[in-house]
Design a protein around this ligand. Structure first.
Ligand code: GLN
Length: 457
């Protein structure tokens, strides 16, 4: 823990961390040592980790990357944080992210950009940008992230790390600062699928008393299939019998040729491992952008109403009356992207527009989920690029919100359907920039996804 804290401080220019509490980290490390000395064993006992600043943590500020929550100290730990601590993990600090997890480049953080270690003039992706940077630059062996529309998978892809978003409801959202509650999911990011499996085993499980959308489904050991051939397969061809569906919509014009080439090369490795590639279609892929960018802002506008300078958050120093206080506090506390989403969300929920936008989006969301179920009659796992391009230059797209939204096209469908998805390093595109292979499974198929990813690593 001490060495990693030193290394993290040495590489502060990467903007990965937002907060440390060295005394707390070292005291957690000492108690892990004591548990080990007492004979306790466990895969995460004494392992130093860091948390995306969306998770509330005692002893560290929890800001969600927003000025609105500057200096906020939570009186409790998020369930995911508490579960990892229970498993013996040691918290190194809090990680940079887009404000309230809204973004895909980490440029929307109120605390500055995070830099991609593969090219520090480029974005690391987002919103879990600091998380991806910390793992890629070896400032933490593994971290937590959250994924609402791709925020684990896309930064994992940009920074050459492995990350998994489990089935919606698998990890408790208790203590995760809410963005879009019907989509938000926690998950691990690490150097390998095996490491992710160990973390996810500790993170997942029911928490129905504290998160009403937590699934009442027993905790499981996600490491159980790692390194074992599929049923009926051999050690030489461990994935024999696995049908990998390639959605044609993920390989068309919308995807950069260098990304397609790296993903196809990874897929031919999968063929060598015994898998067969199947052509499939997810016909409503394109619609996932307008659908997500109606539903997510709608939920965000509702969730963020609590930050009024009274119940929560920054309060303006000077104001005339109550309404003026709300206006000034929220204008000062929220950054431009968050304000944009609150306005979009409020608009689509308002009387007269609700049916045309929000309700319609919910109907199409259901059809997108149905498309996946149709696809899973033809294949076991779906694969494609995690993002249509490699990491872009810092500042290149920061004044073009629509360009940022379009870049989410390949991660949004699984999010809208609530399906588990992961990104695995596939290789490199032009300029030696990392490319991630996205694997999407059916509900509760995390162990099989991790097995598939692990076979390739
Ligand atoms: N990039 C997407 C957005 O801006 C996804 C973010 C996320 O998954 N938290 O909403």
């Amino acid at each position: 823990a001490q060495a990693l804290l030193g290394r993290a401080k040495q590489h502060e220019n990467l903007g990965a961390y937002l907060a440390f509490n060295e005394d707390l980290t070292l005291s957690q490390a000492k108690s892990a040592d004591a548990r080990i000395a007492a004979g306790e064993r466990g895969p995460l006992l004494g392992v130093p980790l860091a948390h995306k600043d969306i998770f509330v943590t005692q002893g560290f500020p929890s800001t969600a990357g927003s000025k609105m929550l500057q200096g906020y100290q939570s009186p409790f730990d998020a369930t995911v944080v508490a579960k990892l601590a229970q498993a013996g993990a040691v918290t190194l600090g809090k990680l940079n992210c887009d404000e309230f997890a809204m973004g895909g480049s980490n440029e929307n953080s109120a605390y500055g950009v995070a830099r991609n270690p593969w090219d520090i003039d480029r974005v690391p992706g987002g919103s879990s940008g600091g998380s991806a940077v910390a793992v890629a630059a070896r400032l933490a062996p593994a971290v937590t992230g959250t994924d609402t529309g791709g925020s684990i998978r896309q930064p994992a892809s940009f920074c050459n790390v492995t990350g998994i978003k489990p089935t919606y409801g698998r990890c408790s959202r208790y203590g995760m600062i809410a963005f879009a509650s019907s989509l938000d999911q926690a998950g691990p990011m690490a150097r390998s699928a095996a490491d992710c499996a160990m973390l996810l085993t500790a993170m997942a499980g029911p928490d129905i008393d504290r998160d009403s959308t937590s699934l009442d489904h027993p905790a499981e050991d996600y490491t159980r299939l790692l390194g074992t051939p599929r049923e009926g397969a051999s050690a030489a061809q461990p994935l024999k019998g696995l049908r990998i569906g390639l959605p044609r919509e993920f390989f068309g014009e919308g995807c950069a040729p260098d990304v397609v080439a790296a993903v196809r090369a990874a897929l031919s490795e999968y063929e060598k491992l015994g898998a067969t590639l199947v052509d499939i279609s997810l016909p409503r892929t394109e619609l996932s952008i307008p659908v997500y960018y109606i539903i997510a802002p709608a939920e965000a506008s509702s969730n963020l109403s609590r930050f009024d300078g009274v119940k929560f958050g920054h309060r303006a120093a000077q104001y005339d009356d109550l309404i003026d206080m709300y206006k000034k506090s929220r204008s000062e506390g929220f950054g431009p992207e968050v304000q944009r989403r609150i306005m979009i969300g409020t608009y689509v929920l308002s009387h007269g527009y609700y049916d045309a936008y929000y309700l319609k989006a919910q109907q199409i969301r259901r059809l997108i989920a149905q498309d996946f179920q149709n696809a899973f009659t033809q294949c076991d796992v779906i694969a494609g690029p995690a993002a249509p391009t490699t990491a872009w230059k810092i500042g290149e797209m920061s004044d073009d919100p629509v360009a940022n939204y379009l870049a989410d096209i390949f991660t949004l469908p699984a999010s809208l359907a609530g399906l588990p998805g992961m990104s695995v390093p596939a290789g490199f595109g032009s300029g030696q920039l990392p490319v991630g292979l996205q694997l999407i499974g059916n509900y509760f198929q995390e162990a099989a996804l991790l097995q598939t990813a692990h076979a390739f690593q």
